[in-house]
Write a protein that binds this ligand. Structure first.
Ligand code: MSP
Length: 526
């Protein structure tokens, strides 16, 4: 891997229509984890997130709050940035579609499409879903309702501009045939390809006259550019595409990974590639469509009283436990479930019992048996050590492979196997007996391997749980930065004069199941 290989990662830009719940926080946490991982692997990373601030829905929400749309989105942008700061989200840029740097370029992109004959003027009549701001053909409706949100749709007619999607049909099909892994997971790609691409694309209506909170068409000001054209182009306007300074754009485009929820894969898998083709730009390398965090009774919604906010979890259980839960719960592309029981169970089992206890036991034993000093690297390895080291080396490879593919939950699973294996190693070697029998060399060997596994785990969980990693290093007495790099997990270093702390604070304090279930249920019904 070359030192300066670039890695550009994006999240969708969120609608600032209400307070962000844990579902929205999931995508951003996911992207942040991949950025950290790539950074640790020596990539020059660039992480973009932001807000999708135009459209009827935002205009309506602002009105209902007695604010102008601009006042409303300005407040929401502050709130979003506060949340990301609280979650230690390390984005490189935060784009808002109301910023001049974006609006100016969207106008230009629109005019370019007009000039090239990709956009034409016509009349639109169709079924329109107001909250989703999308027109549907009768066949796309599900039981006469919006296929995305299930709400009522209205028949609407208006003069509008259309993007000639049909012109790009063959190119898009060819692209999918040549790049079968463009969308992951594959079943989402197949769904999109078979249900929406293969049957033939419809031209897309790209303007509205029914509301005015948006970017106006420069050459025909009564038309407002439809939010999806406005929104999707954020991924390039943020990099300075078509601006006076395209250096960043030239460096980072095409995106290496665009993370989106399953509900917006159609926009990213059809319209976005076609807009890029029309601009003669390379396509992103990968679109990852993740599932949704669901509640027992379906989607999170205020009216059902089943919403949980990231702040609630962070304040009570800490940032790392919150992130751990989110990233563990959704396996590749599938939905995951948030239940109070599930949350507490993961906290107590994975974090307290497995990880926390391993560290605590190891620190305790090194203090008891060796006055706190980490034993030196053993000269001769036992068969059990060789088996253990092979296991760990194998798992490291799995973690890397999974993270290279952005499979965050699988990678966690692999890391936790090292933790379980290490706990089992204590039971197998019975250090307390070795101590009694004065088998000092064997005892040193066991302690060395436990510290080593913990050090490796501390590094591998760093992209996910950045508060826990330094706590673990601190307790282990490791302050040499060379022992904290990703590359260092491949080696078994010498430890000289390193002392663990005398008494380690528990990384995670066990929760009382009943008490927490009550607390969480109460929070959800607020
Ligand atoms: N503004 C558009 C995206 C434009 S991108 C050019 C949008 N915004 S959104 O706020 O409605 O959703 C943003 C993201 O949050 C989507 O990827 C969506 O899938 C995700 N999630 C919303 N609720 C979610 C869960 N309950 N669980 C996981 N992700 C969820 O769509």
């Amino acid at each position: 891997m070359s030192e300066n290989k670039k890695y550009y990662i994006t999240t969708p830009i969120y609608y600032p229509s209400g307070k962000f719940h844990i579902g929205t926080a999931y995508t951003t946490t996911f992207a942040n984890t991949i950025k950290k991982y790539r950074q640790m692997r020596g990539y020059d990373t660039y992480f973009l997130t932001g807000l999708d601030e135009h459209g009827q829905k935002i205009q309506d929400v602002a009105m209902s709050r007695g604010k102008t749309p601009q006042e409303h989105v300005d407040e929401m942008a502050v709130a979003a940035k506060e949340l990301w700061a609280k979650m230690k989200i390390d984005y490189d840029d935060f784009i808002r579609t109301t910023e001049p740097r974006h609006e100016k370029i969207v106008e230009q992109i629109f005019e370019t499409f007009m000039k090239n004959g990709d956009i034409y003027k016509g009349e639109y009549e169709g079924w329109y879903c107001v909250p989703c701001e999308t027109f549907f053909t009768p066949t796309q409706l599900v039981d006469g309702k919006c296929p995305d949100c299930g709400r009522e749709v209205k028949m609407m007619k208006e003069e509008a501009y259309f993007f000639n999607m049909k012109k790009y049909q063959d190119r898009l099909v060819k692209f999918y045939e040549e790049n079968p892994n463009f969308i992951e997971p594959a079943f989402r790609k197949n769904e999109l390809f078979n249900n929406f691409i293969k049957p033939g694309l419809e031209d897309l209506c790209v303007t509205r006259t029914t509301f005015d909170w948006g970017i106006k068409v420069k050459s025909d000001e009564k038309h407002v550019i439809y939010v999806w054209l406005d929104a999707l182009t954020n991924y390039i306007t943020a990099l300075g595409y078509m601006s006076e300074d395209e250096e960043r754009f030239n460096k980072y485009w095409p995106a290496d990974l665009q993370i989106v929820g399953k509900d917006i894969i159609r926009f990213h898998g059809i319209y976005w590639p076609i807009f890029l083709m029309a601009l003669d730009l390379p396509l992103p390398k990968k679109l990852f469509a993740h599932g949704w965090i669901m509640m027992k009774d379906g989607k999170m919604s205020k009216s059902k009283g089943n919403v949980i906010y990231p702040e609630t979890l962070i304040e009570r259980y800490g940032l790392d436990a919150t992130k751990y839960f989110l990233l563990k719960e959704l396996s590749i592309g599938q939905d995951g479930l948030f239940t109070p029981e599930g949350f507490v169970e993961r906290f107590n089992t994975d974090l307290c019992n497995d990880l926390g206890n391993l560290l605590n036991r190891t620190i305790g034993m090194i203090n008891k048996y060796f006055g706190g000093e980490i034993p030196e690297k053993p000269q001769n390895l036992t068969n059990l050590d060789i088996e253990l080291e092979n296991f760990v080396n194998e798992k490291i490879k799995c973690v890397e492979n999974e993270l290279d593919e952005a499979h965050v939950s699988n990678a966690l699973e692999e890391i936790w196997q090292i933790i379980s294996r290490s706990n089992k190693y204590i039971d197998e070697t019975m250090p307390w007996s070795l101590y009694k029998e004065e088998k000092t060399e064997e005892l040193k060997d066991v302690m060395y391997h436990l510290v080593e596994n913990l050090r490796k785990v501390a590094i591998m969980i760093n992209p996910y749980m950045e508060e826990t990693t330094p706590k673990m290093f601190n307790q282990l007495g490791i302050d040499n930065e060379n022992l904290m790099t990703w590359d260092s997990i491949k080696v078994y270093p010498e430890y000289k004069d390193i002392k663990v702390v005398e008494k380690g604070e528990p990384l995670f304090v066990r929760l009382d199941l009943q008490e927490e279930i009550e607390f969480l249920k109460n929070e959800m019904s607020k």
